[in-house]
Design a protein around this ligand. Structure first.
Ligand SMILES: [Zn+2]
Length: 216
């Protein structure tokens, strides 16, 4: 609403990088953003139809576990960097960079690490090659689907690196191949020589090798 407060009136600054886990890291119940998105859509329709009482000036809090709604009054902040008198924010910035979002939600990070395609991996596994599969996703992702790999989430890799045998050939994978590229890069710098990244991750594996592996 033109006269109403904005989100920056409440939070002038975004939280520091790394403080808030991304949905890929922290997990999210899929219906929750669905519920909130439907409420936002309803508010938008009301604004377009110029009818009803909008949520402008009211912060709606939704606790899905308790199934409770609460409302807080929100006033316009005259010093708001977004909608105040001396506004300093006039355009969007690169929030991925600003928030330090890593992993699946970050834009393409061009890490050049040795790769193996899902088809090559399948051929080599079928041939009986001794390959150690390293899964660097989170435990809840492992529960959705896995390639029976050894699970060490990317964030735990530095302190659990001793679980890996550098004399064996290792294939690292994640969901899309980005986090595992970071893992491969880290391990190569730590002295691992025989390590490959599964290009496209478990998503590509599902597309190219085994469609029974669910995509998420
Ligand atoms: Zn504002």
């Amino acid at each position: 609403m033109p006269d109403g407060p904005c989100y920056r009136c409440l939070y002038p600054e975004p939280p520091p990088p790394g403080l808030v886990p991304s949905c890929a890291e922290g997990g999210v119940l899929g219906v929750l953003p669905g519920i909130v998105g439907s409420i936002q859509a309803m508010e938008t329709i009301k604004l377009l139809l110029k009818t009803g009482d909008s949520l402008s000036g009211r912060l709606l809090l939704f606790d899905a576990l308790a199934m409770k709604f609460r409302e807080l009054k929100l006033r316009k902040n005259p010093n708001c960097p977004m909608c105040g008198e001396h506004r300093s924010i006039t355009k969007l910035i690169d929030y991925y960079e600003f928030c330090g979002v890593r992993g699946e939600e970050a834009p393409e990070v061009n890490l050049h690490v040795p790769e193996i395609t899902p088809k090559e991996l399948k051929t080599r596994l079928d041939r009986g090659d001794d390959l150690f599969i390293l899964d660097v996703r989170e435990p809840h992702e492992y529960q959705i689907c896995n390639l029976k790999g050894h699970l060490i989430p990317l964030g735990e890799l530095p302190r659990r690196v001793h679980e890996l045998d550098s004399s064996r050939e290792i294939v690292a994978h994640c969901r899309s191949g980005k986090r595992s590229a970071e893992a491969v890069d880290f391990l190569r710098k730590a002295g691992f020589k025989k390590i490959l990244n599964l290009s496209g991750g478990i998503l590509a594996w599902s597309d190219q090798v085994d469609p029974s592996v669910p995509k998420y």
